[in-house]
Design a protein around this ligand. Structure first.
Ligand SMILES: Nc1nc2c(c(=O)[nH]1)N[C@H]1C(S)=C(S)[C@@H](COP(=O)(O)O)O[C@H]1N2
Ligand SMILES: [Mo]
Length: 343
């Protein structure tokens, strides 16, 4: 395996459970998946009975399957103005998949979780190049106990090496950097994990400021949950006045559910609700479709925005930040509409 970052073409983000083969890939340096025979998951830290589980032992525990969105926090980075440093993701560093594994809460119950722990530290087997900081992360323990699983299957198949085999952390609703691949160790601790990838990277402004203006590091906090967002996946580039055309996409959030997706063809003056697909799971994406009838000729901008179950509405502009994280401004496409009278 090599150093990879690859996104999925938007017009392939149209199914409820993503096929695994074109699911986006991201990690920080070249990495090898550990051999199953050598691999074990260590649970230590604030527990009374530290555990070391082989894959076989892990798979003997009660398993659940959840469907949930994995999105890189840097997805959409290329859309920020002024532009920012970092991988220039378009809109496709995101996917929705079925993940099968054991609840973190079950594992910690077995290990005897102590009362003072607040953060779940996670580490993978991948090692940074000389001189670089290891990819250490932590997840608030409350979130991990509520929703996280240690997964060994993706879409009903063994987890592929690129996606973290033999097992990875799945944190539905939280950004991709928490979903530790090639998971080696979980440690509940009193304090948040320290290190470059917590203290300097993957941070987001506490409150919005003007675009392009540097932000005092003390005014940034570690990224946690995803922001409400809808993306247009398919649409025709040409249409005719009065002739309906289909537009479709997906919407998701760090909140468990999407309550509506709306479409505007007048830059947000008026909105009409799109049809939501019946398939839904907490922290999964919701597919939507809309039959749009152009009312006037010309290049017309069609815009989508989502609202989640906490009442958060996708904003016109994402909050600019120097890392280019969590882009969730309104998504638009341009359709060239011809006058129906022209023959
Ligand atoms: N061990 C390890 N896990 C990791 C990373 C990494 O570099 N090392 N990258 C994270 C980031 S930034 C993202 S967005 C997701 C991507 O998961 P995927 O490649 O399965 O899509 O993995 C996360 N887990
Ligand atoms: Mo990421």
């Amino acid at each position: 395996m090599t150093d990879v970052s690859a996104e999925t073409p938007l017009d392939r983000l149209t199914s409820y459970g993503r096929p695994t083969d074109d699911f986006f890939v991201r990690h920080h340096w070249p990495a090898e998946a550990p051999a199953v025979a050598d691999w074990a998951l260590v649970l230590d830290g604030e527990v009374t009975r530290p555990l070391r589980l082989s894959l076989e032992e892990l798979q003997r525990l009660p398993a659940i399957t959840v469907t949930g969105v994995l999105e890189c926090a840097g997805n959409g980075r290329s859309l920020y103005q002024p532009s920012v440093q970092g991988l220039s993701w378009g809109k496709g560093a995101v996917g929705n998949a079925r993940w099968t594994g054991v609840r973190v809460s079950d594992l910690l119950e077995r290990a005897g979780l102590k009362a003072g722990a607040r953060h779940l530290h996670a580490a993978g087997t991948d090692e940074p190049p000389a001189g670089e900081s290891p990819f250490y992360r932590s997840v608030e323990l409350e979130k991990a106990l509520a929703d996280a699983i240690v997964a060994w299957e993706m879409n009903g198949e063994p987890l592929p090496p690129l996606h973290g085999a033999p097992a990875r952390l799945v944190v539905p609703g939280w950004a991709g950097e928490h979903w530790m691949k090639w998971l080696a160790r979980l440690s509940p601790q009193a304090e948040e994990r320290e290190g470059y990838f917590m203290d300097q990277e993957y941070r987001y402004p506490v409150r919005p400021g003007p675009p392009g203006v540097e932000i005092d590091p003390a005014e940034m906090r570690p990224i946690t949950d995803l922001l409400v967002k809808s993306i247009i996946a398919t649409s025709p580039s040409a249409a005719r006045v009065g002739v309906p055309i289909p537009i479709s996409g997906f919407a998701f959030s760090g909140a468990p559910d999407i309550s509506k997706v709306e479409i505007s063809d007048d830059d947000g003056s008026t909105w009409t609700a799109a049809d939501l697909d019946p398939r839904r799971d907490p922290f999964a994406w919701r597919l939507w479709s809309f039959l749009w009838t152009p009312r006037r000729p010309g290049p017309i901008r069609v815009t989508a925005r989502a609202t989640d179950s906490r009442g958060s509405v996708q904003p016109r502009e994402a909050v600019w930040n120097p890392g280019g994280f969590l882009h969730n401004g309104w998504d638009s496409i341009e359709v060239v509409v011809a006058d129906s009278a022209v023959r």
